[in-house]
Design a protein around this ligand. Structure first.
Ligand code: AMP
Length: 180
């Protein structure tokens, strides 16, 4: 199975396109649209994201705006869980909680609906990519404020040189299909 999983990872990795200097100089942008448009890539990524969390009685997958929505609902369905969006400020229509986090220059914030998660719910946080970990760390705080338990994190790509995993809940599992 290990060998099979390695060749699946290679396929997924080769199907993601890297765009140099987007959106600004020095950033190697990982473009998952080429993965989404490839039916085999779509199926294999869905399978690999769900694999570590099957039979773990997950209540919710929380997807981070906006590329965390693309596989997030699919992952929720594969885990027999609900899907909850964490969004940029001002997008969610009902009562929200908000968390501010630091960017390289300045700050940003994310929001969740107050009634999205029940106390004691088992939650997975999903995004396409973890870079500095700021977004996933802010989402972690939101879920904990609502009384949710972070069982794990789920990413397609982890940029390990940015050490984003150091920002995450140390008691949760961190699963990335591709680590660079
Ligand atoms: P961070 O909060 O630094 O972990 O950034 C994570 C968010 O930024 C994710 O939603 C990613 O989609 C996006 N992101 C950061 N760096 C990249 C990159 N090199 N390629 C594609 N998306 C990126």
């Amino acid at each position: 199975m290990k060998k099979v999983h390695q060749s699946i990872k290679d396929y997924i990795s080769e199907t993601i396109r890297t765009i140099p200097d987007f959106p600004k100089e020095g950033i190697q942008f990982k473009d998952i649209t080429t993965l989404l448009q490839d039916k085999r890539g779509l199926e294999l990524t869905s399978y690999m994201l769900a694999q570590p969390y099957r039979n773990k009685s997950i209540d919710f997958v929380v997807g981070l705006e906006s590329r965390g929505f693309l596989f997030g609902t699919n992952l929720a369905q594969n885990l027999n869980a609900g899907f909850v969006p964490v969004r940029k400020p001002g997008k969610l229509p009902a009562d929200t909680l908000s968390e501010v986090y630091a960017l390289e220059y300045g700050e940003d914030s994310v929001e969740i609906h107050k009634d999205a998660i029940f106390k004691g719910a088992k939650v997975i946080i999903h995004d396409d990519l973890i870079a500095t970990g700021g977004t996933a760390a802010a989402a972690t705080k939101l879920i904990k404020r609502l009384g949710g338990e972070i069982v794990g994190y789920s990413f397609i790509i982890e940029l390990s040189f940015l050490k984003g995993r150091d920002q995450l809940d140390p008691s949760a599992s961190i699963e990335s299909i591709i680590v660079e």
